[in-house]
Write a new protein. Sequence first.
Lengths: 205, 417
Amino acid sequence: MTTTDAAEAVAAWLATPEGRARVVGALDRRRLPASLADDLASDVVVAALGATEPIEEPPAWATTVLVRRSIDLARARARRPVVSLDEWADAGFEAIDDAAGPDHVELEAPGDDVRRALAAVQPVAVRSAALTAVTVALDDPALPTDCPQPGAGASASDAPLWAGVWFAGGWDCWTEPDTDATRKRRSRAVSRARAALAEALGATS
Amino acid sequence: MRDDDPFVDVDEQLVLERDDALGVFEVRGWSPGPAGIAPLHLRGVAVELDVAEAGALAAAVVTDPARATRALAALLGRGRASAVASAANGLLPPGTDRMSQRRPRGRRLSNADHPATRLALLQLELDDVSLAPPARAVALVEAAAAGLLLGRGLGVGGAVRHHAAAAAELLEAVGDDIDIAGPDATELAAACRAAAAVLDEAGDTERAGRLRRRGSSFTNRTRRRPALAAAMASPDVRPEQFDAAAARPARARLAAVPSEVPVVDVGGLPAPVTARARWRGAAELEVLVADAPDAVWWARAVREDGTPLAVVPVSHGRARMLLPPGAAAAVDVTHRPDVPAPSPARRATEAALRAGVDACRAHRAGDGWSAADLWRRCAVSWETAGDDTRAGLAAAYADGAALPTQPSRPFLVDRLR
């Protein structure tokens, strides 16, 4: 079982009535409020993602970690990094393979439904761009003057995605002068964000 | 800690619980109070001590029954330790048992000044990533000295050697930055000698020598003049150093800019930083992170129900995000954007625990006013987290209706913070 598979198995077990009961039981053992149940379950899944040894029996493994993590919750200043920072060094658009997505996306679903569907999108830069695009498309906030806007020759409907990519840290998608390499980078980032949005809309419909 | 003079009082009620399905095998005592617990790892036993009622045993989780005999005997006494051993050997059925009690022979002194309590509380201080290097160095020395007093065979030797070695290195690195004098300096010098003894015993004579020399340099020191007044008078302090946006005339601001600025949570970061937010427009929020290292961090905003609103990279200490106008959002900075943002209940719990630990420190230092203020904050946070019992206890501490039990003297590190 790979680490990801094991983490998924742990998450699935925690969502079962038995797993949920164990989470609540672990909190109760430390007399902690039941409102922390989702946080505790999330801590266990994160621990599974960072596990260095194979997880043979996800329920048994998760039960043990539940007890430990509930102790951490009762301890001041216990929130700690679980894996190294290096893992997130490739979180930008450079890490994305060329992605084929739809040419156009109409945001018709309620904004928060789409946002929730985007919550787990990876890489995080794509999630970032898509979330901002939702806000720009649905709430029409005033954009800052330094945020690039599509000019002549570009589709106006791309404006939310341009803003999304720019706020997501894709600043090198706009250079002066606008070279072929820059355009290609921009097109790729916008396509990827659009594809993530399309998938999120599909999940909410 | 000795088995003929155990840490836990004989009349203290304890419950032994063995749950094979949960993999739990533990002795439970005092229910953790509003400042949470301070952990202490002994051989085969993970001990949890209450912070507000310092020295009260909250739980002893038996992690390795075969190796835990000595630590359990020192912690609970021989009688109770053998009951735990019976349970471990399957002589008692799984379940919950009130542990046998002997008739009390008179109230013993509080455990608040016990070396085990001191070590656990000092390790809690060391957990704080924002602890400045000079204070950290002093806390390490004190922790090593407390560990030395705790005695052998309990499994704390590795941690104590680590504290002593780290103290030797850090004390040298911080140079003369430790502002300590008089009796405190004498106490620190003694702690340095104790920590050096730990290193001597481990064969690390070179570090031990350095630690001793450093310790003796603290004796007969006079406290330096506070630097604040000099800094205020310095020509280097200019008005421009303060927030330019705040200094702008009110009419220059847009009417639509929200008046409430969210607090930025940096509690989940691996480094000590401070952060704040400010509105750059009606929907654009800027998060400013001071002392951000060169790492990939993200600022994010979520609604109270957990709906993500924005996640943006922190670049050169700044992150800009667009939010739906009027959205009430909780904002944090994280290095783990794949992990869901902490729930409001978790934020409140963490804030309550921090306030509780800080309140205990203020108590130790004799600063009753600050302690009361911090307990009040602790109570509000527990109430937000949905824990009325702890909220009530924290409020009682704040009002003076109840008093937390703390070590009779503050730690040296308390005076340096």
